[in-house]
Write a protein that binds this ligand. Structure first.
Ligand code: GDP
Ligand code: MG
Length: 224
């Protein structure tokens, strides 16, 4: 009897699609950042802050992915930024093919930095390479400092982490040092940005990092 491991073949073919998409985006000079978190961690609020603060410095577009509704894309468009909403028809993650389809609808001409706001979920999105140049995750203070212990994969797959809703620290027994240790144990190289999108605390360091990463992505390889 033959047994075919579908999960492996699906992820292998997705990995190939993702590598192709990443190379095309590199060629275009568009840094795509895959933004992942639990529902309500503050993805859209953070994007609104970033787009507003970096206006005139970086041209930013957003691909919004949700199971249904278009409220997030509407919030982004209200800022005058380019945005497209994709619906995943019940799927709890975005893969490279779905990301490509969404990006084709989003005009990337003149765009420096594009965000994919992935489905709110701490498990599935981390399992699929979307073709993004960087993975950025958000963990919110109200979610608790034990989340790296329970959902390690997303922390391992991300190059940077935003610890969001810092303004709510007085109301939760969240131990920032313990959280930091747990994250760094899983992923020693990850950058951690504690921020409050509400008060603006910590946004400057995050935005500086985004600008530097975009510039690095847009650098052409020098041929001797
Ligand atoms: N206090 C506080 N609330 C926030 C902050 N960022 C987001 N929120 C709130 O958290 C809720 C979910 O935010 P949203 O951006 O929609 O999360 P998403 O589902 O991850 O996109 C909203 O009620 C926001 O106002 C923050 O920095 N501080
Ligand atoms: Mg959102």
């Amino acid at each position: 009897m033959r047994v075919i491991e579908l999960h492996r073949s699906v992820t292998e073919s997705n990995d190939r699609d993702a590598a192709r998409l990443r190379a095309e985006l590199k060629e275009k000079g568009v840094l795509l950042i895959n933004l992942m978190s639990a529902p309500g961690a503050g993805k859209t609020t953070l994007l609104i802050r970033i787009i507003t603060d970096l206006r005139g410095k970086l041209s930013i577009a957003v691909l919004e992915a949700d199971i249904e509704a278009s409220v997030d894309a509407e919030r982004i468009e209200a800022l005058g930024a380019r945005s497209v909403q994709v619906h995943t028809d019940g799927m709890c993650h975005m893969d490279a093919g779905m990301t490509r389809t969404g990006l084709e609808a989003l005009d990337l001409d003149g765009i420096d930095l594009a965000f994919l706001e992935n489905i709110g979920n701490l498990i599935c999105p981390a399992e699929y390479d979307t073709g993004a140049g960087l993975n950025l995750m958000i963990s919110g203070v109200p979610e608790g400092d034990d989340k790296p212990l329970k959902y390690p994969l997303m922390y391992k797959e991300s190059q940077a982490l935003v610890l969001s809703k810092l303004d709510t620290l007085p109301y939760f027994d969240f131990d920032v040092e313990k959280f930091r240790e747990r994250v760094l144990f899983l992923n020693p190289g990850i950058r951690i940005f504690p921020v409050s999108a509400r008060t603006g605390e910590g946004m400057e360091a995050l935005e500086q990092w985004l600008s530097e990463e975009t510039a690095k992505w847009q650098e052409r390889e020098e041929h001797a």
